[in-house]
Design a protein around this ligand. Sequence first.
Ligand SMILES: CC(C)(COP(=O)(O)OP(=O)(O)OC[C@H]1O[C@@H](n2cnc3c(N)ncnc32)[C@H](O)[C@@H]1OP(=O)(O)O)[C@@H](O)C(=O)NCCC(=O)NCCS
Length: 185
Amino acid sequence: MVAASNLSNTNNTLRNCVIITIDTDRLTIRNFTADDWQDLQEVIIHYQASKWAKLEDPWPTATDEVKQIAQWFAAGNEYLAVCLKPTGKVIGLVAIERRKEQAEQVHNLGYVFDPTFPGQGYATEGCRAVMAFVFEQLRAAAFLTGTRPENIPSVRLLDRLGLKPIGNGEYRITKEEWLSQLKTQ
Ligand SMILES: CC(C)(COP(=O)(O)OP(=O)(O)OC[C@H]1O[C@@H](n2cnc3c(N)ncnc32)[C@H](O)[C@@H]1OP(=O)(O)O)[C@@H](O)C(=O)NCCC(=O)NCCS
């Protein structure tokens, strides 16, 4: 459960690079910096070694490639670093790219968390806080994302977050559904 979210943002679009910082009980979620490449490489290497990675497109793990990814993430607001509060270590990422094919302001919800920190609710806590930020601060209308049915942890995460299957492996939650879900928590 996200008990305290400190949201700071100065723009309701993702086009300009604004500083995003979201605090939860155990996590700080923030823009990537180029210096995050080592933590990011660890997350990717651990993820690529997991059985769930075989269901998705592979990520590059070589140092030069990961440095480039970290630089690319750092240049925008669409990929956010999820850090453990006590140490600042990056343990995952949440992606919130705008779905440009949608007429309304709809965002993707992507996530990769280091599988060496499993089953502690970090992904749930991080994604919940990011969803609150995107609905409240960016004034999004909905999240729309996809996952394979065999990717059980991902399906369970989407269920915990309140996204509902709409067919073809896609999951959606509107702002209205998110607000009504908050009232029942
Ligand atoms: C999808 C993914 C983020 C889920 O990771 P996860 O560790 O299962 O998720 P969480 O960190 O939210 O932990 C939830 C688990 O911890 C448990 N838990 C413990 N404390 C908790 C807490 N405080 N809050 C919520 N859950 C908690 C939950 O019961 C749950 O376990 P369960 O599924 O056995 O019931 C992870 O598997 C991943 O990164 N996969 C690779 C990337 C991927 O496949 N992305 C999707 C396709 S693009």
